[in-house]
Design a protein around this ligand. Structure first.
Ligand code: HEC
Ligand code: HEC
Ligand code: HEC
Ligand code: HEC
Ligand code: HEC
Ligand code: HEC
Ligand code: HEC
Ligand code: HEC
Ligand code: HEC
Length: 345
């Protein structure tokens, strides 16, 4: 049965070629035979320099990368783009069977898609290949597809659950593959710039006086965020804000004898995670920070007259300087002292 079908399509193909009416041959062949043999007929069609319809087709080039490099050699490089640098990346490992240039790999076409139609004379170049450009005829999902085919496990298990996929970001919005060192991967140097292109507010936050040391190259965004997406809030690397913070500030996890309820609940009730103009990344200055939740009535926290201050003549207290609750309640994160119930020791 199968053999009969193949013979039939081969006969039709040969007939088509013999008639020298490639366009007719193509439509007849594809109508009569399986879809797989249709692209084979596209070659003679292109040879006759009829404009190919948009789309990549399914046919790979005959000589793989050599076909592409015939055209995309040094002379077609631009000031910002060098085709051959892909050979300096892990994708070009010749002995990694998983890599595009590994044994049996599809080479350039593993990412850019089947290229026979694109490399054929007279084809409309931009409409026959996955260029990964925003101006491409392919949708974002179609552009990401080849990457996800090799890379959907690990960090990208949650790709489709994240804000970036929802906002139609392409892998190539963050990654560059024709460079020696992809800026997105260098957590302690170039990575933040990749993110700041879109996240201007965060660029400003990390310039403030009190910040996580991202601009000093000691941390990257990916210490706290999985940019690929996850089911966690805010694309965090851990299920909750606190678990993310504990991964470095383990001392704040407790357990403590005298717990301060908001600490166990959410660090961001008092701290901003990126940057703040107050010390210790606080999102408000004490006493206001504390008075969001605690009544100020009848408590010696704010010097209401000059007399309340040291040297004010009425036995003023240094604990009231700067109106700060933490002058007395220094153990805001919880206390292990038997008498630390009021978080003072
Ligand atoms: C044919 C499979 C395949 C395809 C298609 C593919 N990759 Fe890869 N990629 C790999 C392999 C294999 C590695 C090396 C992984 C390793 O060494 O653990 C890799 C590594 C990477 C790395 C890490 C590089 C480094 O230096 O650590 C990034 C980033 C990456 N790929 C992104 C992409 C993107 C974006 C696309 C789509 C444009 C893509 N890949 C398409 C197989 C593929
Ligand atoms: C919003 C920016 C962003 C987008 C979009 C993005 N990535 Fe990444 N990717 C990163 C960052 C940052 C890292 C390095 C930090 C890390 O490991 O989390 C990374 C690391 C990687 C790595 C190497 C680490 C590993 O998991 O082995 C691969 C592979 C990768 N990305 C593939 C992809 C693919 C495929 C897509 C599209 C589906 C994609 N990325 C989209 C930012 C992004
Ligand atoms: C691992 C996936 C991958 C492989 C393999 C790959 N490319 Fe690319 N290529 C990309 C991505 C993604 C872009 C978009 C620009 C960027 O991120 O660097 C691109 C961009 C290009 C561009 C620029 C397109 C434009 O119009 O600006 C050319 C040309 C190109 N690649 C040619 C090749 C050739 C030739 C090969 C084989 C030698 C190849 N690529 C192998 C992923 C890949
Ligand atoms: C091409 C633009 C672009 C780049 C580059 C980019 N993002 Fe985003 N990011 C977005 C968009 C769009 C959203 C969705 C905003 C919204 O929903 O309001 C978003 C949302 C986020 C969120 C919030 C998620 C949530 O659930 O609230 C985080 C966190 C984030 N991005 C981190 C990063 C990091 C880290 C990088 C760099 C590795 C990065 N982004 C690079 C466009 C970008
Ligand atoms: C110390 C951990 C940490 C680092 C480092 C970090 N973030 Fe965040 N980020 C957070 C937390 C926590 C949130 C709030 C998440 C929530 O409440 O859902 C957040 C939220 C965000 C949001 C969502 C909007 C907002 O402000 O709530 C964006 C966008 C974002 N971060 C981008 C970045 C970028 C870009 C970088 C690197 C320059 C970065 N973050 C570095 C912890 C961090
Ligand atoms: C990847 C490790 C890491 C993670 C995760 C992390 N931090 Fe930090 N944090 C640091 C480092 C490093 C410093 C700087 C310490 C220094 O300057 O001595 C710091 C400093 C701080 C400071 C003190 C700043 C100051 O000026 O004294 C606060 C507050 C803080 N982090 C809160 C948080 C919160 C809240 C989270 C969770 C959203 C968090 N951190 C997650 C590494 C981390
Ligand atoms: C009730 C408000 C509040 C909450 C909630 C809170 N903090 Fe703090 N945190 C403070 C105050 C106030 C300071 C400044 C202490 C000082 O000036 O002595 C501080 C200082 C810090 C510091 C720097 C000094 C030190 O003690 O190491 C770190 C790190 C820190 N907090 C981490 C965290 C983490 C992680 C969480 C969540 C588990 C958290 N904080 C929750 C109020 C809070
Ligand atoms: C988000 C709300 C919130 C913020 C902000 C907050 N607290 Fe608390 N605090 C609580 C809660 C809830 C308790 C537990 C009250 C209880 O058990 O009756 C508590 C308990 C306390 C206690 C022990 C009270 C007792 O009766 O044992 C002290 C002292 C305290 N907080 C001081 C502070 C200081 C100082 C700050 C500012 C650095 C602060 N709190 C900020 C919610 C908050
Ligand atoms: C001069 C030292 C001092 C300052 C400053 C101070 N407290 Fe207190 N606070 C105390 C003492 C002492 C107690 C214990 C009273 C007791 O055990 O009866 C206390 C008790 C508390 C309690 C437990 C409830 C209560 O009234 O007994 C809370 C809540 C509290 N303080 C919050 C604050 C807040 C919020 C601020 C800043 C606005 C602040 N404190 C500033 C000394 C101080």
């Amino acid at each position: 049965m199968n053999i009969t079908q193949r013979t039939l399509s081969a006969v039709l193909l040969l007939a088509g070629l013999a008639w020298h009416v490639p366009a007719t041959a193509q439509s007849e062949a594809s109508a009569a035979s399986s879809a797989a043999s249709a692209p084979a007929a596209a070659a003679p069609a292109a040879a006759a320099s009829a404009p190919t319809p948009p789309g990549m087709g399914t046919q790979y080039s005959e000589k793989g990368a050599d076909t592409c490099l015939d055209y995309h050699e040094a002379e077609s490089d631009t000031a910002t783009f060098t085709t051959a640098l892909v050979f300096k990346t892990r994708h070009a490992h010749r002995r990694d069977a998983r890599a595009p240039f590994g044994p049996g790999g599809l080479q350039c076409e593993a990412c850019h898609g089947p290229g026979a139609r694109h490399s054929a004379k007279g084809s409309k170049k931009t409409a026959t290949i996955n260029s990964f450009k925003p101006s491409s005829f392919l949708s974002v999902a179609e552009r990401n597809q080849p990457c996800l085919e090799c890379h959907q496990s690990g960090l990208r298990t949650g790709w489709h659950a994240g804000a970036h996929d929802r906002s139609a970001l392409a892998c190539s919005d963050c990654h560059q593959l024709h460079v020696e060192q992809d800026p997105a991967l260098a957590k302690n140097s170039s990575q933040p710039e990749v993110c700041y292109r879109c996240h201007k507010q965060q660029r400003a936050d990390f310039q403030k006086t009190s910040t996580h040391p991202v601009r000093f190259g000691l941390m990257g965004c990916s210490d706290c965020h999985n940019a690929h997406g996850s089911t966690n809030t805010g694309l965090l690397v851990k299920p909750t804000v606190n678990q993310t913070c504990y991964s470095c500030h383990a001392d704040k996890r407790g357990p403590v004898l005298w717990e301060h309820a908001p600490v166990a609940e959410d660090c961001t009730l008092c701290h901003s995670s990126h940057g703040s103009v107050r010390s210790a990344l606080l999102n408000k200055t004490p006493p206001l920070l504390c008075q969001q939740c605690h009544s100020q009535a009848g408590h010696p926290s704010v010097p209401r007259t000059a007399a309340g201050l040291p040297g004010g003549g009425a036995g003023g207290s240094i604990f009231l300087v700067a109106g700060s609750c933490t002058n007395c309640h220094s153990q805001v994160h919880g206390s292990n002292h038997p008498a630390g119930a009021k978080l003072m020791r």
